[in-house]
Write a new protein. Sequence first.
Length: 392
Amino acid sequence: MVKNIYLDNAATTPVKKEVLEEMIPYFTERYGNPSSIYKIGRESKIALDGAREKVANAIGAASKEIYFTSGGSEADNWAIKGVAFANKEKGNHIITTKIEHHGILHTCQYLEKHGFEVTYLDVDKYGIIDLEQLENSIKENTILISVMFANNEIGSIQPIKEIGQLAKKNNVYFHTDAIQAVGKLKIDVNDLNVDMLSMSAHKLYGPKGIGALYIKKGVKIHSHIHGGVQEKNRRAGTENIPSIIGFGKAVELAYENIDENNQRLIKLRDRLINEIKSKISHVILNGHPEKRLPNNVSVCFEFIEGEALLLSLDMVGIAGSSGSACTSGSLDPSHVLLSIGLIHEIAHGSLRLSLGDFNTEEEVDYVVEQLVIIVDRLRRMSPLYEKVKGEA
């Protein structure tokens, strides 16, 4: 019997039973439009406000600072474009990094075509920015810094608090893409001096198609969708109540036992990393060995192709990825792996395994067992590996 082991929780997660149960009534019985003044509409409005409060509490924000979106990419686009165009009289310079999600990078490239200047910060071999380079990059016309909280491919966590301090010191807005971090890390936007923060429900056992942007009170930003008065006149359109309810429940569950959950994930993560490194040669661990997400395992196997590895894993019931789900159809190596200094040949042999709440030690052991077999088989087809083995 072929197993079914899901280790791509960074790409998406299943909707938890408790989340789905909370959503279902808002598809059928409590279907009112929250903008309506009659009872069934008021019930939806009360539920909407409750979910907004739960999302706000998760990051230490006020509920009126949470704006629901269709997902993380929309939140990223709104933050970058909204601040850029609202503050272009003050300046046109934006700072980000070379390892951001494409939701940020492609938005910045779009703005470059519309008269904005963008600085793309380097990262070290672990994927961490240099704070001195960031400080030296800030200019009089700098209006925004956008640095992701934790990288979606290699799991490295940035020094967000220090970045926030630099931004505040220089009177520059600071946005962070925290889509991988929310639900896995404790976050307080005020302590971190964050002005805007993007999040997405389907990364933490909520539904797809719903996210949020935290916008600190006082941030000068353009409205995103014009029309009705929804989301305090900043994003028009009837709210997706069932998904918003699911988002609220998912984030509430994520933070109920976050310390216990993280301890379990870190144990599984470290077991997986150590077993892979001890049983397979020529393996590179990507990302920071300690300052990384509790569920992230990112490695490169020399002398093999990642696509062949993924297909082989799929045949034995293991779902993983070679990096970001948004670029899984691309033949080019990951921009993140190239930015941390890996050559193309090694970057092509990447594997990201992201653990979740439903994974077990038995599954981890099975994955390692299968990886040993698969990597050995693929390497036996590599003339380069045979040459290296012969010289050893």
